[in-house]
Write a protein that binds this ligand. Structure first.
Ligand code: HEC
Ligand code: HEC
Ligand code: HEC
Ligand code: HEC
Ligand code: HEC
Length: 362
C-alpha cells in the first residue's frame, strides 16, 4: 500500500539548554565533554580563570565581560553547553573580539558529516497503516542542518578563539584565521579527532568526534603527533629541531611557558644540558604585566605556527652518546603563580610533558 503517513515527533517548545537532555542519546560524547575545559571554563570550575578574574579591574564594577566566551548564553555562569556550539550559525568580525551569531529557531542544530554537506535532516517516522513497516531517519529530538560550511572549516570556533584586545586596543592573544579555512586540516581535525565509540545510542557508529577538546588542560598527549622533534649533528655540536605543525603559536595563552629540556648520557653519567624557554610575554614599559594593562610585546620566543625551531647545542658528541629531550610546559608561568595566589596548586605550577624523544649517536 502506498498510503504512508509521516509522524513528526518534533515538538516546538524551546530547545533545552540543559546538557542532561543530550546525555541520554549521546552518552560517550557527553562524558568526554564533562572532562573538557569548555565545560570547566567558568569561575566555579577553572581556578586559573578565577584567579585572573579576581585581580581584574572589571570585577570591582561587577561587569563579568568574560561571559561571552567563558559562560556564553546562560545567566547562571556555568561553562559552555552542547547547545552553545551546535547553534552557532556565523562569526562576525570585530576589532576587540569576534562575535558568535546563534540560531534562534528551536531544536535546530548544526553539525558536519562527510557526504551530508548539502543535507538537512528532519526527524521523521514512516510506517505503513498496519504498522508493518517502520523506518526512521534523523534524531527523535532535533533537526540537524549539515549545510553550514563553518562546521567543516573550524570557522565556528573563531568567535571565541580568534583574538581579544584589551582597553588599550592591544592584542592580548590571537589565533590566526588561516587555521580555520581548510576542510582537511583545521581546529576540528586536530582538536576533535575521530575516536572509538558510537556518536549516538540510537544509530550505531564505529567512531565519533572527540569532545574532550584536547589542549593544555585536558588530554594534551592526543596532540603530540602534531609536533615533531628531530636530532641533527652539526660541525661543533648538534641541533634539536622542534617542528610545530599547528597553524598557531605552539601555545597561545600569555600565561603559558614552554620549555625544551635536554640531557646527555655518556658512559653511565648524566649531564643536564641547557634548557630552552619559549614564551610570549606581554606587558608595559618593557616589563611584564597583567593582560589588561599590557600595551606591548615584551619578549616573544614562542614557536610560531608551522615553524621549525632550531635549538643549537655547542657540545661535541661521541659515538654511543645518548640524548634525551623533553618538550613540555607550565600552565601558569611560575613567575606569575604567587601574584595570582596559585602557589599551592601543584598541577598548575609543575612541568607537564608534551613530547619526549631519545636519540643515540651512531
Ligand atoms: C532522543 C535521542 C536524542 C537526544 C535527546 C539528542 N539527540 Fe542528538 N542525535 C540523535 C540521533 C539518533 C542522531 C543521529 C541522526 C542521524 O544519524 O541521522 C543525533 C545527531 C546529533 C548531531 C549530529 C551528528 C552528526 O551526524 O554529525 C548533533 C550535533 C547532535 N545530535 C547534538 C545533540 C545535542 C546538542 C543534544 C541536546 C540538546 C541532542 N543531540 C539530544 C539523538 C538524540
Ligand atoms: C573573546 C573570547 C574571550 C573572552 C571575552 C575572554 N576569554 Fe579567556 N579565554 C578565551 C580562550 C579562547 C581561551 C583558551 C586559551 C587560548 O586560546 O589562548 C581563554 C583562556 C583563558 C585563561 C586560561 C585558562 C586556563 O585554563 O589556564 C584565563 C585565565 C582567561 N581566559 C581569563 C579571562 C578573563 C579573566 C576574562 C574576562 C576579563 C576572559 N578570559 C575573557 C577566550 C576569551
Ligand atoms: C595540526 C594540528 C592543529 C591544528 C590544525 C590546530 N591546532 Fe590547536 N593545538 C595543536 C597543538 C599541537 C597544540 C599544543 C599542544 C597542547 O596544547 O597540548 C595546540 C594547542 C591549542 C590550544 C591551547 C593553547 C593554550 O595556550 O592554552 C588552543 C586553545 C588551540 N590549540 C586552539 C586551536 C584553534 C582554535 C584552531 C583552529 C584555528 C587550532 N587550534 C588548530 C594542534 C593544532
Ligand atoms: C566547542 C564546540 C562544541 C561543543 C561544546 C560540543 N560540540 Fe558536538 N561537535 C562540534 C563540532 C565542530 C562537530 C563536528 C565534528 C566533525 O566534523 O568531525 C561536532 C559533532 C558532534 C556530533 C557528531 C559526532 C560524529 O562524529 O558523528 C554529535 C552527536 C555531537 N557533536 C553532540 C554534542 C553533544 C551531545 C555535546 C555536549 C555534551 C556537544 N556536541 C558539544 C562542536 C561542539
Ligand atoms: C563560546 C566560545 C568558544 C567556542 C565557540 C569554542 N571555544 Fe574553545 N575555548 C573557549 C574558552 C573560553 C576556553 C578556555 C577555557 C578555560 O580553560 O577556562 C577554550 C579552550 C579551548 C581549548 C584548550 C583546552 C585545554 O584543555 O587546554 C581548545 C583546544 C579549544 N578550546 C578548541 C576549540 C575548538 C576546536 C572549537 C571549535 C570546534 C572551540 N574551541 C570553540 C571558548 C570557546
Amino acid at each position: 500500500m502506498r498510503l504512508l503517513f509521516t509522524l513528526l515527533l518534533l515538538m516546538s517548545h524551546l530547545l533545552a539548554t540543559d546538557v542532561n537532555t543530550c546525555q541520554s542519546c549521546h552518552p560517550t560524547i557527553y562524558h568526554e565533554f564533562e572532562q573538557s575545559f569548555h565545560k570547566k571554563s567558568s569561575i566555579k570550575e577553572d581556578k586559573v580563570h578565577k584567579a585572573v578574574w579576581d585581580k581584574h579591574p572589571a570585577k570591582a564594577k561587577g561587569d563579568y565581560n568574560c561571559a561571552k566566551c567563558h559562560t556564553p548564553n546562560n545567566t547562571v555562569h556555568e561553562g559552555m553547553t552542547c547547545v552553545t556550539c551546535h547553534t552557532i550559525t556565523d562569526i562576525e568580525s570585530h576589532p576587540t573580539a569576534n562575535k558568535n551569531i546563534y540560531e534562534t529557531k528551536a531544536k535546530t542544530l548544526y553539525s558536519a558529516q562527510k557526504g551530508m554537506e548539502d543535507k538537512k535532516v528532519v526527524y521523521q517516522e514512516k510506517s505503513s497503516w498496519m504498522g508493518l513497516v517502520k523506518e526512521t531517519t534523523g534524531s527523535p529530538y532535533h533537526d540537524i542542518d549539515y549545510r553550514n560550511e563553518n562546521y567543516y572549516t573550524g570557522k565556528m570556533c573563531m568567535g571565541c578563539h580568534s583574538h581579544k584586545q584589551n582597553a588599550h586596543e592591544f592584542d592580548v592573544c590571537r589565533t590566526e584565521m588561516h587555521g580555520a579555512q581548510s576542510k582537511e586540516n583545521n581546529c576540528i581535525s586536530c582538536h576533535m579527532p575521530k575516536v572509538q565509540g558510537s556518536a549516538t545510542t540510537i544509530r550505531q557508529s564505529k567512531t565519533h568526534a572527540f569532545h574532550g577538546f584536547s589542549g593544555v588542560r585536558n588530554a594534551p598527549e592526543m596532540l603530540a603527533d602534531h609536533i615533531n622533534i628531530v636530532y641533527k649533528k652539526s660541525t661543533n655540536g648538534f641541533e634539536i629541531i622542534v617542528h610545530n605543525k599547528a597553524p598557531h603559536n605552539l601555545l597561545t595563552h600569555p600565561l603559558r611557558v614552554v620549555q625544551l629540556k635536554t640531557t646527555l648520557k655518556r658512559e653511565g653519567k648524566s649531564e643536564i644540558l641547557k634548557t630552552e624557554t619559549f614564551v610570549k610575554v606581554i606587558g608595559t614599559d618593557n616589563k611584564p604585566s597583567m593582560p589588561w594593562l599590557a600595551t606591548q610585546v615584551v619578549k616573544d620566543t614562542m614557536i610560531k605556527g608551522d615553524e621549525k625551531r632550531v635549538v643549537t647545542f655547542d657540545k661535541e658528541l661521541q659515538k654511543g652518546d645518548e640524548i634525551e629531550t623533553v618538550l613540555g610546559y607550565y600552565i601558569v608561568n611560575p613567575k606569575a603563580l604567587e601574584q595570582l595566589g596559585l602557589k599551592d596548586e601543584k598541577e598548575l605550577g609543575s612541568f607537564r610533558v608534551l613530547k619526549q624523544r631519545y636519540f643515540k649517536v651512531p
